[in-house]
Design a protein around this ligand. Structure first.
Ligand code: NAP
Length: 485
């Protein structure tokens, strides 16, 4: 308990603007809750729209100098942040578990993942290239420069409180952009702590400004419409993404959108079932199922359905549910009562429409927003769970017979973030990969997240990519100079 109190008490709780911690206008605050108990952990500053404007003022004031800062030094700040995060992983992981609920081992994995974005973009900062070519007519020259976009607005969700921020801050710092970052109101602490570490690593005042608020819409809309903002990068639900895109259209603000998912996981008849069950467990249960990449629908060839569902059900039923700080716990609470009720409602709807409950499905008594690992069989196509993002530990199984059926079922959604496929046949794998309408595919594995890879979706799962070689492009403008020689 002492450690828990200490990590919360030593976490900053103010707004971080122009390199200084300060209270919100009028000293207003809001509570951050521990989802495993439903009790308040602490209070943090509740920014007003005026506070938001002050944060953007600071980002705008710092932009020119930051853009001129040597790329090598920008990279070294990121590298030092990676080292600081790695050295303090235990403390950061505990803080994350307290505000978000996931087991400490998973929080540690997220801290490592987040730190890796800083390491990756530390390396990219010095590789921002341009181009100089001869025009086809042989006379003119084509000079291409790449310059920082300018002050960026960054908005992140609660499910990966550190990594979703690092995936934006890393490339923005590397590219020479300043930022106003708004973390989710349910999990602001990890971001406040990360701002402290970036400062310790040498980030100049005003480059990163962090505002926490309980009324995100009122605070962010004026900033999105402020002509001094040059970019909006949002990770969150498709529903909110659409609203922000409409707001951004007013000044044709450049946007990156990492939105919701509804990932299919396909197990073909020739799959290595050990790998398929392992992969399904990761794709489903990482982050308590509260991941945009979570396998939302599992399509299993009818020849292996009985064996696959038996093995998956026994693995799901054996998982230990509890507070994320306790030893051996593999499944923490959901983020809040609303999310738990939504998950319960989706399961009830599927059962009403004819699905069979193989394990789970009953909300436990007691404090905290726990929901048991659940497997549903024979889930009909019209069940809501097939079309809505579950964001919880529920695996819906449906049988298929032909490859065409599997692809048709998988693509039958407005989302297109990620899909997973298990097969031993390379030709089938590549044929199906080409037909799946998602930005990412896990082939014989249940996880795609990797700082060195371009993360992002098609259809209503978003616009743009984060991470990989292209991740920094989101924060750079291309300028072409027509040179007469
Ligand atoms: P959300 O409700 O869309 O919120 C995301 C962020 O937007 C939060 O910081 C939230 O602030 C803020 N926000 C909400 N309404 C806003 C508005 N009108 N104006 C400005 N900001 C606003 O999503 P969530 O529930 O936190 O996260 C879950 C969703 O994120 C899922 O759909 C998941 O798939 C998606 N996600 C996608 C990716 C990806 O890479 N594609 C990664 C992770 C998560 P408040 O906290 O104050 O509401």
């Amino acid at each position: 308990m002492a450690d828990e109190r200490k990590v919360v008490e030593t976490c900053p709780d103010g707004l971080f603007i122009g390199g200084e911690w300060r209270p919100a206008e009028g000293g207003r605050t809001f509570a951050v809750e521990d989802p495993s108990t439903g009790t308040a952990l602490c209070e943090v500053a509740d920014a007003s729209p005026a506070d938001g404007t002050v944060a953007l003022d600071a980002a705008v004031a710092a932009q020119a100098e930051w853009a001129a800062h040597p790329p090598r030094e920008r990279g070294e700040i990121l590298r030092r942040t990676y080292e600081l995060m790695t050295a303090r992983a235990d403390e950061l992981a505990l803080l994350m578990t307290l505000e978000m609920g996931k087991p400490v081992a998973e929080s540690r994995a997220e801290i490592a993942y987040a730190a890796e974005f800083f390491r990756w973009f530390a390396e990219e900062a010095v590789r921002i290239g341009g181009d100089y070519t001869t025009a086809p007519n042989g006379k003119g020259r084509v000079l291409i420069m790449r310059q920082p976009v300018g002050p960026c607005l960054l908005i992140t969700p609660w499910n990966f409180p550190a990594a979703m921020g690092a995936r934006k801050i890393g490339p923005a710092v590397a590219a020479g952009c300043t930022m106003v970052m708004k973390p989710a109101s349910q999990t602001p602490l990890s971001m406040l702590k990360m701002a402290e570490l970036l400062t310790e690593a040498g980030l100049a005042p005003g480059v990163l400004n962090v505002i926490t608020t309980s009324h995100s819409g009122a605070v962010m809309e004026p900033l999105i419409k402020d002509p001094r903002a040059r970019k909006l990068s949002f990770t969150g639900s498709t529903e909110v993404g659409r609203v922000l895109l409409a707001q951004a259209s007013e000044q044709v603000l450049r946007t990156s959108m990492e939105l919701g998912g509804n990932a299919p996981l396909i197990v073909f008849g020739d799959a290595d079932l050990d790998a398929a069950v392992d992969g399904a467990m990761i794709a489903k249960m990482r982050n308590i199922g509260e991941a945009c990449t979570a396998a939302n629908r599992m399509y299993v060839h009818s020849s292996v359905m009985a064996e696959f569902s038996r093995r998956l059900t026994s693995r799901m039923a054996a998982l230990k549910v509890g507070r994320g700080t306790e030893d051996g716990v593999e499944v923490g609470p959901l983020i809040d009562a609303k999310q738990r009720d939504k998950v319960a409602g989706l399961v009830d709807d599927a059962v009403r429409r004819g699905a069979r409950l193989l394990t789970g499905g009953t909300v436990a008594e007691g404090n905290g927003y726990f929901y048991p690992p659940t497997v549903l069989a024979d889930v009909p196509r019209d069940a809501r769970v097939q079309s809505e993002e579950i964001f919880g530990p529920v695996a819906p199984l449906t049988a298929f017979d032909t490859d065409d059926d599997a692809v048709e079922l998988a693509n039958d959604t407005e989302f297109g973030l990620v899909s997973y496929m298990f097969t031993a046949d390379l030709n089938r794998a590549l044929r199906v990969c080409e037909r799946l309408e998602t930005g990412m595919i896990g082939l014989n594995q249940g996880m795609v997240s990797n700082p060195a890879a371009p993360f992002g979706g098609v259809k209503q799962s978003g616009l743009g990519r984060e991470g990989g070689r292209v991740g920094i492009d989101e924060y750079l403008e291309t300028k072409y100079v027509a040179v007469s020689l």
